[in-house]
Write a protein that binds this ligand. Structure first.
Ligand code: SF4
Length: 209
């Protein structure tokens, strides 16, 4: 159901597009990606131009989303949880029947409208996660940008999740796959601990957005 908009705030938007989810438990799911600008971290290997955005009004965002056919929306970034007024947008999308997934670094509270949480905590900011992070996610994805096993154990203790994934880090087109699966093996040979799985950014391998 389309609600009458009583205000039309603006949001920093990098891009909005329809594609297939490329990674994690929902790989292959047709999805609309709403990518916000700005981030509260600054990972050196970040592959998103989160500082190159334009201000879109709420009604512009809704019109773009409605032009696609997928019913799963992935709210991503940058970092979506730092966006002022995002609840107005999420309320509207929810009222129109969309399933709302978020991709977040997991440091800030998740808006209540979100149906599915994928979080990618960053090992280089371990101290921040020690202090405070979200307590639950449907899936955790950690990029193996260094020896991250101790960080994975920290995150297991902080964030309860249905799936834990380790992803290779890609720098200058090179993926550290051997190092990543070696760390996976180390994590998975611990008795009575969560099992970690490999998650690859398949959208990059097949050349889709
Ligand atoms: S948290 Fe994500 S969006 Fe932000 S700098 Fe790191 S990789 Fe980029």
């Amino acid at each position: 159901m389309k609600k009458q908009l009583i205000s039309d705030p603006h949001f920093p938007i990098v891009e909005i597009f329809e594609s297939l989810q490329g990674e994690g438990a929902n790989t292959g799911m047709p999805s609309i990606f709403v990518r916000f600008g700005k981030c509260n971290l600054a990972c050196p290997w970040c592959d998103t131009n989160y500082n190159e955005f334009e201000q879109w009004s709420l009604s512009q965002i809704l019109a773009k989303v409605r032009s696609f056919s997928a019913k799963n929306i992935i709210i991503t970034g940058g970092e979506p949880t730092i966006q002022a007024g995002i609840s107005l947008l999420l309320d509207q999308l929810k009222a129109e029947g969309y399933f709302l997934a978020i991709e977040t670094n997991g440091l800030k509270e998740i808006p209540s409208q979100i149906d599915y949480i994928a979080t990618s905590p960053k090992a280089m900011y371990a101290e921040k996660y020690e202090r405070r992070c979200i307590p639950f996610a449907h899936e955790v994805r950690i990029v193996a940008d260094e020896n991250v096993q101790t960080f994975c154990e920290l995150i297991e203790s902080k964030i309860k999740a249905e799936h834990y994934y380790l992803s290779p880090c890609e720098i200058n087109g090179e993926m550290n796959l051997l190092d990543t699966i070696t760390q996976l093996g180390q994590l998975n040979q611990r008795p009575n601990k969560p099992k970690w799985q490999l998650s690859i950014q398949t959208h990059k391998l097949i050349g889709i957005e």
